[in-house]
Design a protein around this ligand. Structure first.
Ligand code: ADP
Ligand code: MG
Length: 642
């Protein structure tokens, strides 16, 4: 019988296809992409095994665009055509930026957004960011082996509308569908699973390459709210490199101003390596060569380094205190501190933060990766890959269920109410009648079981379904609600690929009161609905059985003698009468009786169909390796009676 249900043939319980969704940390200095693979968030590496993609784009002489480490190599050689830190410019005009930007490339003013003068023309920070996103998306789809459904992209908590919109535009330009923009500190908190922890205030301390961000998050019922943000957009790990650089010049007696550009570059890069080495080791040597070939080496201890950089660390602590003050909080009010950004690896930073809060900050997850990992977890949820419905982060949600009409005026819910959007769900439906070539899709909104009690949103038709036995066609109907609440519904016949679709704005015209009323009605009507649903289901089943019996009698009625035929006709009439009434039990009984009463006919039809299938065949040829298609045809044929 299962084959004849018009509504999804038992597919709802089966896990739907895993959708490839990624989280992207689009950083000022470095960017990363991560995805939930076999249940856990993992950063995706490039072919060479690198997790980090330097956020640098180089426009080459030959017209190519290079991204990442390859572009970074060019940064010093061809600085004018190499764009780094585009994130500082995105969604900003010259006026927003003021005069503080010291960049090695040339900026062009534009009332919309600053542009960068390169040999490839004046490029916008949106285009630069798109190149970075494209590179990461390609890395991910290569590795995951398929097209990406969408991405969650992180932005600083303080990003305004223009900066957020520009980031979305960059994604669009990279042909990437944005499931959501997520605040970087929130992503880090999610990666640590803080959404499952005690409610309260958490502080995220993010020290990157060139920026320092402090965010205070308040967790209530699994939702993070940004209480306050602070920090210093001109302070980061790179400043620690500069302090070392200065110290080495001083101790070597070389005025920094006397160094050539190449010497400065080499010394700065040596300083960075030494800084990073001192995170692991107590001592390290800073070695570099002057243009005249003279090799220099300065030995440094971690204690020296800490002393040199204490001022910078203290600056970050001042910013933390300032942010707390703004929110009227003290370090004691903070439940946990999350460390983010490569520069928080430095022991001096960790120690200082621990001392301020009187507790160890959270450092268990790689601080470079934590934001991308949290974003990946969110992307995985938004793509609908999680099974439990209760672990949804309540963000933007669908206020009412969305579904479609099935036989008998019933509503099959496809997206339940309170699902976080954006969301996509698919369900398979099948045809009701033999040879049915079109299907009417009626999209509804509401909690009730019956079409009349729900709100009709749209109707469309899928035509061109190849004629098949009832129940043989597979029509996949996909509901998709984007972040703006825009619903699109598409129906596709799986064998031929014929498709039809429609777009609706589901909440359009509904006030909050309407929604509340529809929800109340839904609750009150639940019991009545259940009875009505049961009745309709039985009526549909009766109709279905009458139809298939009719077509079986038409095709193979000669298999019954007059007496047998009379008995079947009587059962048919009994069922037809019962189906017009509203007694579920009577209809059920009549269905069972007719189903039983046609057993003999079913058996004889089976014999006949096998005989026909074998007719003209040498018995040796009649091996039973039918193609799947043939096997299904025979099943369908037999099922036409059962
Ligand atoms: P952003 O968020 O700005 O893109 P990141 O979070 O990637 O930047 O941080 C980059 C900074 O982290 C650089 O200044 C880098 O030198 C620093 N960093 C990375 N690893 C270490 C380490 N092991 N010890 C100290 N600093 C480090
Ligand atoms: Mg960062």
């Amino acid at each position: 019988m299962a084959l004849f249900q018009i509504s999804e043939p038992g597919l709802s319980a089966a896990p739907h296809e895993h959708r490839l969704a990624v989280g992207i940390d689009l950083g000022t200095t470095n960017s990363l992409v991560a995805s939930v693979i076999s249940g856990s968030a993992e950063v995706i590496l490039d072919e060479a095994g690198n997790a980090i993609l330097p956020s640098v784009v180089h426009y080459t002489e030959s017209g190519d665009v290079r991204v990442g480490a390859k572009a970074l190599e060019e940064a010093s050689l061809d600085a004018k055509n190499t764009v780094s830190s585009a994130k500082r410019l995105i969604g900003r005009t010259m006026k927003d930026l003021g005069n503080v930007e010291h960049v090695a490339y040339e900026l062009v003013d534009d009332p919309q957004m600053v542009r960068i003068k390169t040999r490839a023309g004046d490029v916008s920070p949106v285009e630069v960011s798109a190149e970075i996103l494209k590179t990461l998306a390609k890395r991910a789809s290569d590795r995951l082996g398929g097209d990406l459904t969408g991405a969650v992209i992180t932005v600083p908590a303080y990003f305004d509308d223009a900066q957020r919109q520009a980031t979305k535009d960059a994604a669009r330009l990279a042909n990437l569908s944005v499931l959501r923009l997520l605040n970087e500190p929130t992503a880090a908190a999610l990666a640590y699973g803080l959404d499952n922890e005690a409610e309260g205030v958490y502080l995220v301390y993010d020290l990157g390459g060139g920026t320092f961000d402090v965010s205070l998050l308040k967790l209530t019922q699994g939702v993070f709210e940004v209480l306050a943000t602070g920090g210093n957009s001109a302070l980061g790990g790179d400043d620690f490199d500069r302090v070392l650089f200065q110290a080495v010049c001083q101790s070597a007696g070389i005025p920094a101003a006397s160094l050539s550009a190449a010497e400065s570059r080499r010394l700065l890069s040596a300083a960075r390596s030494t800084k990073e080495a001192l995170t692991e080791a107590d001592t390290a040597e800073l070695a570099f060569t002057l243009d005249n070939g003279q090799a220099m080496a300065v030995a440094l201890s971690r204690t020296d380094f800490n002393a040199l950089t204490a001022g910078l660390v203290n600056e970050t602590l001042q910013a933390v205190k300032e942010t707390l003050r703004e929110a009227n909080l003290t370090p004691n009010d903070v439940k946990g501190v999350v460390m983010v950004g490569g520069a928080t690896r430095m022991p001096c930073v960790r120690e200082a933060v621990a001392a301020l809060f009187g507790r160890e900050p959270l450092t268990g997850i790689d601080p470079d990766r934590v934001v991308a990992m949290g974003a990946a977890m969110q992307a995985n949820k938004l793509a609908g890959n999680t099974t439990g419905d209760d672990d949804w982060l309540l963000l933007d949600v669908t206020p009412l269920s969305l579904g479609l009409e099935t036989m008998g005026g019933l509503v099959e819910k496809v997206i339940p109410r309170n699902s976080a959007i954006p969301i996509a769900r698919a369900q398979d439906f099948t045809t009701f009648k033999d040879g049915q070539t079109a299907m009417a899709i009626h999209v509804l909104q509401g909690e009730r079981e019956l079409v009349d009690a729900c709100r009709s949103l749209a109707r469309f038709e899928l035509r061109g379904i190849p004629p098949m036995a009832a129940g043989a066609a597979r029509i996949r109907v996909t509901f998709q609600v984007d972040a703006d609440g825009l619903l699109s519904v598409s129906a596709r016949e799986m064998k031929t690929g014929v498709e039809a679709s429609i777009q609706v704005k589901p909440s359009y015209g509904l006030t909050d009161e309407d929604i509340v009323k529809m929800l109340q009605d839904g609750n009150a009507g639940a019991e009545a609905d259940m009875h009505a649903r049961e009745l309709r289901e039985q009526q549909v089943e009766a109709q279905r059985l009458l139809e298939s019996t009719h077509s079986a009698l038409e095709a193979d009625g000669d298999l019954l003698d007059a007496e047998e035929r009379q008995a079947v006709d009587a059962l048919v009439n009994a069922l037809a009468t019962a189906a017009e009434g509203d007694d579920v039990a009577t209809i059920k009984a009549a269905i069972d009786a007719l189903a039983k009463g046609t057993d003999t006919l079913a058996e004889r039809r089976m014999d006949r169909s096998i005989r026909e299938a074998l007719a003209g065949m040498n018995i040796d040829d009649a091996t039973f390796d039918r193609t799947e298609e043939e096997a299904r045809k025979i099943d369908d044929h037999l099922n036409g009676v059962k």
